[in-house]
Design a protein around this ligand. Structure first.
Ligand code: ADP
Ligand code: GLC
Length: 492
């Protein structure tokens, strides 16, 4: 089948979080199953010039009654996947992907409307329509909206289905209704069954309503987002599409995240020979500024976007008590000023134990995975989460709140079986008790080594999940060619 991914970020071209890891890896896994896969992305300022093959084709985007002009650059073929970049300096040649100084770019609606429209125009240039266009998050959610409105009678797209994957329902693309003409959304769609959401326009809702099928990135999260606690106001819409909603767990790319081959860490190691891990621990503590590192203290690693989702307010509430223990915390992240300041202030208060780097630094992210003993993710909600999965491969034991993908991927250690420590209630007391259990187990060398081995044996490579996606694409394709879209709703 021909599958086209439309997404706002992907490694190695651009990245702010796990979406980029998924869009970088899943197409590869699908291509290795024999599918024809293309990826369509914006070209941002951070996209390295070397990534692009010289020469570009121009593209005219019909938007808001006028035209926008862009060019399409081929970024080559790697592992059987062809990538294309939309170059439109007016919208994408900026310092960051979505926001500056903690504020969303004011023209985000137009930027990603133009991107979504460009995707449909670009795909139409090919002689072969795709079986499925696979869209991700609010930035490409207008693809199905346009497809089922402006392009509804276009014979080229007659047999094309859209799969829409929600990576994070906390980011919906909410805009005032006045922008509708600007982004070519017909006023008739401003209704509860369309894109209307409490008086605003909600791009993510458009993706959910207009796609043939909706998926998210773990089974648990697929259940959670249908509840008031986790649905961010879209639980009702999701419940109404429950028979076209599925959770497929993310895989990880062990070519990038593997302590046996990782070139970004100071020493490699394997489950059979763990000596390199101690060297990684020492080097990490030295790099983070610990004077005469004490290696038999546990190191708790954190690599994260510093945002409310990730549950760091719990750490703030237990920090003083936690710092009475013999341990180190090593944290790397950037994000909202409130959380950056929290980490910086803890580092100032406990300079020998709480070691913080406010930055985006892929090399250090790998070094923390390798050098830490535990990896902490106390998330309020977590659609999948990738770092806990990377950690396991590095023999770094995850300590997580049991929510979403964290619940699906980390099994509690019972002395024999299991891969980590979890707490369910979102409370500082529960977090502290969980960390104390982990620290007590760390002191039992035999148990800890068993636990590390369990973690390193886990296999979350993409093969299985890629097969699930391929089956889903196949079902969608068959439903369409039999003449009835499985996700058809009354008004399209
Ligand atoms: P999310 O997508 O919600 O941010 P995930 O756990 O799915 O969470 O993925 C986060 C990804 O982003 C991981 O690959 C992680 O290593 C990376 N990452 C997050 N913050 C940083 C940072 N400050 N420096 C380097 N990598 C980071
Ligand atoms: C989102 C989620 C994260 C998930 C990632 C990739 O950013 O917050 O949990 O792993 O997308 O699907």
């Amino acid at each position: 089948m021909k599958i086209v991914f439309v997404a706002s970020e992907s490694v190695p071209f651009s990245k702010t979080g796990g979406l980029a890891d998924v869009v970088g890896a899943l197409p590869k896994a699908l291509a290795s199953l024999g599918h024809e896969v293309e990826v369509f992305l914006p070209r941002y300022r951070i996209t390295k010039p070397g990534a692009v093959i010289p020469g570009a084709e121009s593209l005219t985007i019909p938007l808001s009654g006028g035209y926008k002009f862009a060019s399409i650059q081929a970024a080559g073929e790697a592992n059987g996947v062809r990538t294309y970049l939309m170059e439109c300096p007016e919208f994408f040649d900026r310092d960051a992907l979505y926001m500056a100084n903690g504020k969303d770019y004011p023209d985000n609606a137009e930027r990603f409307a133009a991107f979504s429209m460009a995707a449909l125009e670009f795909i139409k240039r090919s002689s072969k329509p795709p079986a499925v266009i696979h869209c991700h998050d609010w930035q490409s959610a207008l693809v199905p909206v346009y497809l089922r409105s402006l392009y509804a009678d276009d014979p080229f797209y007659e047999k094309t289905s859209v799969l829409f994957t929600i990576h994070n329902i906390g980011y919906q693309g909410l805009f005032p209704p006045e922008i509708m003409p600007l982004v070519s959304i017909n006023k008739s769609l401003f209704k509860v069954e369309g894109l209307e959401y409490y008086g605003k326009i909600n791009f993510l809702k458009g993706g959910i309503v207009f796609s043939d099928f909706v998926s998210t990135v773990s089974q648990k999260y697929a259940e959670e987002i249908q509840t008031d606690e986790f649905g961010h106001g879209l639980e009702g819409v999701l419940r109404s599409r429950a028979d076209h909603l599925l959770g497929i767990l993310n895989g990880v790319d062990y070519e990038d995240w593997n302590p046996a081959t990782d070139k970004l860490i100071p020493a490699n190691y394997t489950p059979e020979d763990m000596k390199g891990k101690e060297a990684c621990k020492r080097a990490l503590l030295e790099k983070m500024g610990a004077h005469s590192p004490i290696l038999d203290r546990p190191v708790i690693g954190i690599v994260s976007r510093f945002v409310k989702q990730k549950g760091f307010d719990l750490i703030a509430q237990v920090a003083d008590e936690l710092m009475r223990e013999e341990l180190y915390v090593v944290a790397l992240g950037t994000g909202e000023p409130e959380y950056e300041e929290l980490f910086v202030s803890l580092a100032e208060k406990y300079p020998e134990k709480f070691l913080v780097r406010v930055a985006y630094d892929n090399t250090l992210a790998h070094q923390i995975e390798a050098g830490a003993d535990m990896f902490l993710m106390p998330s309020r909600y977590e659609p999948c989460g990738l770092n806990q999965i990377y950690s396991m491969k590095y023999g770094t034991v995850p300590v997580v709140r049991a929510t979403g993908g964290l619940d699906d991927t980390v099994q509690p250690f019972d002395g024999e079986k299991g891969t980590g420590f979890r707490f369910r209630q979102y409370s500082p007391v529960a977090l502290l008790a969980c960390l104390q259990r982990a620290i007590a187990t760390f002191r039992d060398k035999e148990a800890w080594s068993k636990l590390q081995q369990n973690c390193m044996q886990e296999d979350f490579s993409w093969t299985q999940s890629a097969r699930k996606y391929a089956n889903l694409y196949q079902n969608l394709y068959e439903a369409k060619t039999r003449g009835k879209a499985p996700g058809a709703i009354a008004f399209y």
